[in-house]
Write a protein that binds this ligand. Sequence first.
Ligand code: MN
Length: 358
Amino acid sequence: MGIEKNNVNTYNDKYLADAKRMAEHFIAAAAKLKENGETALIFPHRSVDGDCVGSACGLCSVLRALGADAYVAMPEKLPEDMSFLGIEDLLFFPWNVPSFEEDRLVEGKPYGAAYAVDCSEGNRMGDCGKYFDMFDEHLIVDHHQSVLVRNDNIWVMPEASSASELCFYVAIAIEEITGKDVIDQRAAECFMAGIVTDTGRFTYTNTNPETLVAAGILMARGANINDVSYNLFDRVKVGNYRISAAARLTTKFFADGKIAVTFVPRELFDEYGADAQGVDDVVAAMRDIDGVELAMMLRTLENGSIRGNLRSKSYFDCSKLASKFGGGGHAKASGFTVTGIDLTELADQVLEEALKMI
Ligand SMILES: [Mn+2]
């Protein structure tokens, strides 16, 4: 079982100690849930992506393999490009169950514990945050900088590629401790989806030896890297293909070409029949332009709020800029969501701040 079975030696001590510590917590939590006949909810962040959904669903499968009941508390509908994972039976939409706040029943069983992955606070969870905040104690596995007081139930490691990588190592540690196989083919594919998403298919600087070790083991456990890569990166609808080109064509440059800016109003999505994901590939492509240090893309979402995505090439700290607009993330990739402001007005404000910082 576990990592030894796979004959891998690059699994460093730092991961090992934390993974084992978290594994003990998950094993104990699963036993308690089982004993009390309760269900755990695992919370991803809002604006769901491959990593938060992948780590949440992978961990959900692991908890179920330990005999506990668990669901992923989704803050929004599952994006179409993730439907290939076949995870519908793991998902629960509390905001869609009017009685939930009062009776706290998850598919008939009492809601007994809350876990977070790829985020650590209720305010990152959209409409689900209040259900996370119902509990004082949480199990948390995350790779974002966080102001949380570190306690025993929390593993936050910003240098890890993804929450999925960390959850994978917890799952491996659970296998080592219990002697059970808890990562089935679907869970392996979920973790792989998260790692592939957050590393840009193993090309970003957050890709570590441990990331590749994890991916290798996941592949051996049945994760289809080609399916994951095609569905999450390459597959495209014709409307999205066109809007991506339009967003590139209208990109403007500032600060001697160091800042690239594009914004995508709602009308453009309607004109091309594109969905919100249609421009997902644009901001990274902008960052890759010669001379660009900071790439910024603003788009109007279906609900009228504006999503800003920031990417930097080497020295610019995007998370500092994002935090000025109520967002956050990593130094080289961050985002924010703002409501009640005009798109061009917000674009001007963000650009003004960026020009001060570049
Ligand atoms: Mn992530």
